[in-house]
Design a protein around this ligand. Structure first.
Ligand code: SAH
Length: 238
């Protein structure tokens, strides 16, 4: 009996290494919080199961600074340093749904931030290109995405106003900082039949989330979706 107990303890200790490491990364408690976050998003009106499935899988707590990790699954934005934020989960889900994200969609994101939105798109199977104007944020997000296994995401330090001409055209463009105007180069780099979601408006005043659609003949139509509040889209590298 004694020997059996000792062996059991030994087995558990031996198994403990990798299991404990994994649990620290994404344990049952975090998964339960994430499910509650997705429940809130569903109640807010997001129905696309592809989007909801990705939001259930991506460990949002890994994308926020350690001191706010306990708040990672609340439906609000959180600070990520340099005056920047990770967007509210509902907004991430809403924009992902509006974009029509699905496997193989080639997407340009402007405003990498923490890398969370890029990870949600990658979890869906999109081919993700993401740009960030703060070099430190771009470097950190790239490392985080690689560590968490989203290694297909391409991250570039750059000003999103110019887009990513070498990788263009894109099926979809998602801008996660508020622009004063829709940057013409982003419109150029959108494929016919493509969609762009972008918050447009002033820094402290009203901003609207806009859907821009380019029809197969290259004509644009825009639709106002939702009043929002994003950090400003900056000019000039940092
Ligand atoms: N999508 C991010 C949240 C973005 S917050 C996430 O999931 O965490 C907006 C981000 O846009 C900030 O990190 C900000 O530094 C960046 N940004 C602002 N202006 C930019 C520009 N012109 N080009 C690229 N990134 C920009």
């Amino acid at each position: 009996m004694l020997r059996q107990t000792a062996m059991l303890v030994l087995t558990l200790v031996a198994a403990g290494g990798p299991l404990v490491a994994q649990a620290g990364r994404d344990d049952a408690a975090q998964r339960a919080r994430r499910q509650a976050m997705v429940d809130v998003i569903v109640r807010a009106g997001v129905r696309d199961t592809t989007t909801l499935g990705a939001m259930l899988r991506v460990p949002r707590h890994e994308f926020v600074p350690a001191d706010v990790r306990d708040l990672a699954y609340g439906d609000h934005p959180l600070p990520i340093g340099h005056g920047q934020t990770i967007s509210q989960p509902y907004i991430v889900a809403f924009m992902t749904e509006v974009l029509g994200a699905r496997p193989g969609l080639k997407v340009l994101e402007v405003g990498t931030g923490s890398g969370y939105q890029a990870a949600v798109l990658a979890a869906i199977g999109c081919d993700v290109y993401t740009m960030e104007i703060f070099e430190v944020l771009a470097t950190e997000a790239a490392a985080r995405l690689r560590l968490l296994g989203y290694d297909g995401v391409r991250v570039r330090h750059g000003d999103g106003h110019h887009g990513w001409p070498e990788a263009a055209p894109f099926d979809a463009v998602i801008v996660t900082a508020a622009a004063g105007y829709v940057p013409p180069k982003l419109l150029e780099q959108l494929k016919p039949g493509g969609r762009m979601v972008i918050p447009v408006g002033s820094v402290y005043g009203v901003q609207n989330l806009i859907l821009v659609e380019k029809d197969p003949r290259g004509r644009m139509t825009t639709r106002n979706l939702l009043p929002v509040r994003f950090v400003p889209m900056l000019e000039g590298l940092r």
